[in-house]
Design a protein around this ligand. Structure first.
Ligand code: PEP
Length: 236
């Protein structure tokens, strides 16, 4: 089970360090058999080996070792921190930062060539959900993506549920995760979109669900610890 916190553009270097200290103390006291990950802002990255119970990851990178890509960070920068897991395809990068499927596929191939663990995010906007062509839309987001990569996890994050405080209905999540599972087989499938302490247990109990990617509800370290505790108690 993967429980991942996406900090987005929140938490400074100092508050990230405080957060990770608190999380590490919690995990020292209550060891979790989950794969716990945190994706801080680029300027708040810290040495990954400082926190043995938490995998520190990058929300973004440019698919190059280094070079003339103003404002971006490359593999060299992630390597300096020992970062070995990345998010790719998050809807905020697809929509706000205008990342195309072609560019996302390049990032994916680059991450794969570096052997990084990838959480690959997919999700439909509300109008697609209303039109009924959800799976068609989601499969198109796999264009150029090698689904045979052994370090791949996929996060289904309906755009209309992200940051809204209103998660998708449990039946909607189950239908999409089951359809993904039928094709993606053993690839861990996460759900993201307004996950919180009230709905996590039910979501993780779905047979095709292998974890959660959490934004808002993970911004507070104590709350993230509660989510981890809930995940620990879900029996599959
Ligand atoms: C996310 O952006 O990955 C996310 C799931 O955010 P939230 O939990 O705030 O909906």
């Amino acid at each position: 089970m993967i429980i991942a916190a996406n900090f987005k553009t929140n938490h400074t270097r100092e508050s990230t360090a405080n957060y990770l200290e608190a999380l590490s103390l919690f995990l020292d006291a209550y060891p979790a058999d989950c794969d716990i990950r945190a994706y801080p802002a680029a300027s708040s990255l810290l040495k990954a080996d400082l926190y043995p119970h938490v995998k520190l990851g990058a929300q973004n990178f440019y698919p190059a070792l280094n070079g003339a890509y103003t404002g971006e960070i490359g593999a060299q920068h992630l390597n300096e921190f020992g970062i070995k897991t990345v998010l790719i395809g998050h809807s905020e990068r697809r929509t706000i930062l205008k990342e195309t499927q072609d560019f996302i596929a390049k990032k994916y191939a680059f991450a794969r060539s570096n052997g990084w663990e990838i959480i690959y995010c997919i999700g439909e906007p509300r109008e697609v959900r209303e039109s009924g062509s959800v799976m068609e839309y989601l499969w198109a987001e796999f264009e150029g993506i090698d689904i045979n990569y052994e370090k791949l996890s996929v996060a289904y994050e309906p755009i209309w549920a992200i940051g809204t405080g209103v998660s998708a209905q449990i039946q909607e999540i189950a239908e999409v995760l089951d359809a993904l599972k039928a094709k993606l087989k053993n690839i861990p499938l996460l759900y993201g979109g307004s996950v919180n302490t009230e709905n996590l247990r039910e979501i993780l109990s779905l047979k095709s669900c292998g974890g959660a990617l959490v934004g808002n509800a993970a911004l507070d370290a104590a709350n993230f610890c509660k989510l981890i505790q809930i995940a620990q108690n879900v029996r599959k």
